[in-house]
Design a protein around this ligand. Structure first.
Ligand code: C2E
Ligand code: MG
Ligand code: MG
Ligand code: MG
Length: 281
């Protein structure tokens, strides 16, 4: 009986694997075409200060507007972008596009607005990433002090010595270093001390159900205290409710991002949001 089940399992696995593989193949071809046909777009999600309720920055987030499937989220295509290496040219295009956009917001009067850029492991391992980014930003020109780079743990732990050197080189240019999705990996206190972070983003998994979940409350409070003890700014991501907002205000979190204030928006919509002078409270 067990052997029979095992056999079925193997067949089932093979079938799923084949479907999965051909889907990946199709998606990969479509993604190449999408990049060539300029179906990718940069969206912007506001970062809001809990000190004054104002928009202090924006995070650039990729969107793929597929002609038939509609909007495809980065969860579906980032792995393809990474595996094909397309993330390298796409990443540079994101910096250029978002950098020009933020400069135009500066010129329109929002002169302190910061730009946050996500960088994947593959991008971070490019030897000349710093020179490339610096060149793109200088050509815009957007001051390095307005740029924050968001990294996740996998980029850093593979070779901590080299990662530290590279992060320090970005810092030397005046950019800010942010650790994204904090708390989801193996991150220890040692790791927070080792890398030259300026800010930490609490992962949304701790933010969701925060109000009914004492464990997440304890973790979140501890992360904020620890970060402040190390002179790091703290951003909470995925804030969706007033109760969550209240919690983060009460515990002196510095900034929030989330649907409560605004989802990621097109440049046009983000401009309207800035003009509306909407405040968090
Ligand atoms: P991330 O950097 O951690 O971005 C936060 C994600 O949370 C975004 O998903 C954002 O749309 C979503 N989010 C924001 N507020 C809320 C909320 O209140 N509730 C919920 N449920 N979600 C919220 P998105 O845009 O799908 O991006 C997913 C990931 O893809 C990003 O995670 C980032 O790691 C990656 N990514 C996106 N754009 C780029 C890019 O240009 N370059 C690179 N390397 N990675 C990117
Ligand atoms: Mg991010
Ligand atoms: Mg995140
Ligand atoms: Mg994430």
């Amino acid at each position: 009986e067990a052997r029979k089940q095992g056999g079925n399992g193997a067949e089932f696995y093979t079938a799923v694997f084949n479907i999965g593989a051909s889907n990946t193949f199709v998606l990969e071809a479509e993604f190449r075409r999408a990049w060539e046909n300029q179906e990718l777009e940069v969206y912007y999600q506001p970062k809001v200060s809990l000190t004054n309720g104002e928009i202090v920055g924006c995070e650039a987030l990729l969107r793929w507007q597929h002609p038939e499937r509609g909007r495809v989220s980065p969860d579906k295509f980032m792995s393809i972008a990474e595996e094909t290496g397309l993330i390298d040219p796409i990443g540079e295009w994101v910096v250029k596009t978002a950098g020009q956009q933020v400069l135009s917001w500066h010129k329109a009067g929002w002169k302190d607005l910061r730009l946050a850029i996500n960088l994947s492991s593959r991008q971070f391992s490019q030897i000349n990433l710093r020179q490339r980014l610096a060149k793109i930003l200088a050509a815009i020109p957007l001051g390095f002090q307005y740029v924050e780079l968001e990294f996740t743990e996998p980029s850093l732990i593979q070779n901590p010595a080299i990662a530290t050197q590279r992060l320090n080189a970005f810092k030397a240019l005046g950019m800010q270093i942010v650790i994204d999705d904090f708390g989801t990996g193996y991150s220890s206190l040692n790791y927070l001390l080792r890398f030259p972070f300026d800010a930490l983003k609490i992962d949304q998994c701790f933010v969701q159900n925060l109000v009914d979940n004492p464990t997440n409350q304890a973790i979140t409070k501890a992360i904020i205290q620890m970060a402040h003890g190390l002179n790091l700014k703290v951003t909470a991501e995925g804030v969706e409710t007033e109760d969550e907002l209240e919690f983060f205000c009460e515990h002196q979190c510095d900034e929030i991002q989330g649907y409560l204030f605004s989802p990621p928006l097109s440049a046009r919509e983000f401009t309207k949001l800035l003009q509306s002078k909407k405040r968090l409270y």
